[in-house]
Write a protein that binds this ligand. Structure first.
Ligand SMILES: [Zn+2]
Length: 317
């Protein structure tokens, strides 16, 4: 679409050109046109300048994206305590650590290791969850996520009569992910097929993401057919009650840029998981909403220090 400003300036130019030609030709009719041109020249110029300014301002506002508002803010500036936090979830219900986003646009640092990793208990009879394999360091998660996973498995077994679930993969370090990614590329002639995240982009590096499979899938290759299993349907429906979300839903593949994974759960805390589920979001969409709310809060004069811990900015810009 043509910018309205271009159209207006073209019309004015054409008119001015015609008037100038008329003055040069000296025809009687032309003199009238040239006088008319002189009369309207100044208002037209003023109008044109006003239009230029208004369009420039409008453009600037459009370009004032969340990241710019957030990056340009002085976090030490005193805020106005009377500004309200206008987001459906209060800040106390959101733990910045639990909503940390990891994807190819929000890469985790190679040195990032969660500081409260624990081994996930592996005896279902004692409140744990079965493991598919025994990696050297064991399957580890941040403590809160490990407990929530065990609680969820206990509920599935005791309340809903399922067999124990199997934990296939939990925390993965940056270097483990690097090896996995390199191997996957080698297997696919250098092509990224969307099954293994690049180092720094893996949800597993947060220590809050884990792959959980039904017992009849523990020895099978993972594919999206798993979502037909009643255990996976149960997880999709109930995991938020334990603080988890299904991190890569089928209808969000274009946003997560990851193939659907009915087995990959991500701990975000109960209030956030419930909000995400009730609003049909994925973590990327939640993050965007939250960052928008932060930018809006600061723009209205809210205390930047109150929201500083929640700010996340893309690593690829
Ligand atoms: Zn996974």
């Amino acid at each position: 679409m043509k910018h309205p400003l271009c159209v207006i300036s073209r019309v004015l130019n054409r008119f001015a050109g015609r008037a100038r030609r008329a003055v040069r030709s000296g025809r009687p009719g032309s003199i009238r046109e040239s006088r008319l041109f002189r009369i309207i020249k100044l208002p037209a110029l003023v109008l044109c300048l006003l239009l230029v300014f208004s369009f420039a301002l409008a453009e600037e506002e459009d370009d004032l994206i969340i990241e710019e508002i957030i990056e340009n803010v002085d976090l030490d500036a005193p805020g106005d305590g009377s500004v309200s936090w206008d987001f459906p979830l209060p800040l106390e219900d959101i733990d910045p650590e639990y909503v940390r986003l990891a994807n190819k646009h929000y890469l985790l640092d190679s040195a990032y290791v969660p500081d409260n990793l624990v081994k996930v208990p592996r005896q279902p009879k004692n409140g744990g969850i079965s493991w598919v394999s025994w990696p050297e360091a064991g399957h580890r998660l941040q403590e809160v996520a490990a407990q929530a996973l065990c609680d969820m498995n206990a509920a599935m077994r005791e309340v809903d009569g399922f067999k124990t679930m199997y934990l296939k993969s939990a925390y993965r370090s940056y270097s483990t992910q690097k090896t996995m990614y390199r191997n996957r590329l080698a297997k696919n002639n250098g092509r990224d097929d969307g099954w293994v995240s690049m180092p720094g982009a893996s949800d597993h590096q947060t220590g809050l993401g884990c792959d959980v499979v039904p017992s009849n899938w523990k020895d099978r290759g993972m594919n999206d057919q798993m979502m037909r299993e009643p255990e996976c349907q149960w997880m999709a429906e109930h995991c938020h009650e334990y603080g988890f979300i299904v991190r890569y839903p089928e209808d969000k593949q274009d946003i997560t840029e990851i193939n659907t994974e009915p087995w990959h759960l991500r701990y975000v805390g109960v209030p956030v998981a419930t909000y995400i589920m009730e609003n049909g979001l994925c973590l990327e969409e939640f993050t965007f909403q939250l960052q928008e709310a932060i930018a809006d809060f600061i723009a209205r004069g809210g205390d930047p220090a109150a929201v500083a811990a929640y700010i996340q900015t893309p690593t690829d810009e």
